[in-house]
Ligand binder design. Structure first.
Ligand code: PLP
Length: 292
């Protein structure tokens, strides 16, 4: 079956899905996006993802492209037309097409909206989670507004290439003071030897991950001690466990950092418990027939 892509009001065959050469997303990285997991054909955590997209747009003084309900419809329709059962949905909104100029075009310039759906094998993901991934550390070279989910992803792409060259899956970015901010495309967490679960505070240097937010609620319910605080690579290497969170990976154990095993060098019990809780919560959303 050929893939279908939504572009500005049309569901097009993949080969025909094009945007204009003077689109500001292409010229200036002037675009925001979201990625949501799809489980059992349903979009998980649709509402918080769309709320974050709206916030990203507000922060960039970008007018809404369409209502939240209409965007939700586009996403669900793209999932349906691509017959995605397990996978992810990508939604991007750019400031639109306008003669190349740094200054923003008129606010009524139609925004460009693109939506792509993709299938992933849940079995492969689960197998990876049982093994865990390795990460490297890399300097955080991104712009300062990383709280806004923009498509300006060259610095994270370079960090991930560096990780791949070192045989690792993800890069943990380190700020000028030596503290981990987050992964190139994930939030970073550690579990200390006295079972404190720590992740950086979301008010500086990181994207407020939706998975992070959902997990915080679970942690509170599981009566695990959560601390929003900074940690260094050295502390993470000495932690009992480490993991990353993101929409496509849920909770993914980290078993080594810069070649040094974390804890016993295998996925830790707290991490796997949190992964089970999150995966079960996604299934509950599917069972409840809800996509919020
Ligand atoms: N941090 C960064 C830089 C990301 O790119 C992502 C996801 O793409 C995340 C964190 C995790 O966010 P979420 O859980 O909403 O996918």
């Amino acid at each position: 079956m050929s893939r279908i892509v939504y572009v500005n009001g049309q569901y097009l065959p993949h080969a025909d899905a094009v945007i204009h050469a003077e689109d500001r997303g292409f010229l200036f990285g002037d675009a925001v996006y979201e990625v949501c997991p799809v489980v059992g054909g349903r979009i998980i955590d649709e509402e918080p993802h769309l709320a974050r997209l709206e916030r990203s747009m507000r922060e960039l003084a970008m007018q809404p492209a369409m209502s939240r309900a209409a965007l939700g419809h586009v996403m669900r329709e793209t999932v349906r037309r691509n017959r995605v059962v397990d996978g992810s949905i990508y939604l991007e909104v750019s400031r639109g097409m306008a003669k190349r100029d740094f200054l923003f075009p008129a606010t009524d310039t139609p925004r460009t909206v693109v939506c792509l759906a993709r299938s992933h094998s849940p079995d492969k993901l689960e197998a990876l989670a049982q093994k865990g991934i390795t990460v490297i550390s890399a300097p955080d070279e991104r712009w300062k507004r990383v709280d806004v989910k923009t498509v300006q992803l060259l610095a994270p792409a370079m960090a991930k290439e560096k990780a791949r060259a070192a045989g690792a899956k993800e890069a943990w970015l380190v700020d000028a003071e030596g503290f981990v901010t987050e992964g190139a495309s994930s939030n970073a967490w550690i579990v200390t030897k006295d079972r404190e679960v720590a992740t950086r505070h979301a008010n500086s240097g990181i994207l407020r991950g939706v998975t992070r937010m959902v997990l915080m609620d679970f942690l509170a319910r599981e009566k695990l001690r959560i601390t929003e605080r900074r940690f260094t690579i050295a502390e993470a290497k000495n932690a009992a466990e480490a993991f990353v969170t993101s929409a496509t990976n849920f909770v993914m154990p980290v078993v080594a950092i810069d070649g040094q095993p974390v804890g016993e060098g295998k996925p830790g019990p707290v991490t796997l418990q949190l992964r089970r809780l999150l995966v079960a919560a996604a299934s509950d959303q599917v069972a409840a027939g809800s996509s919020t």
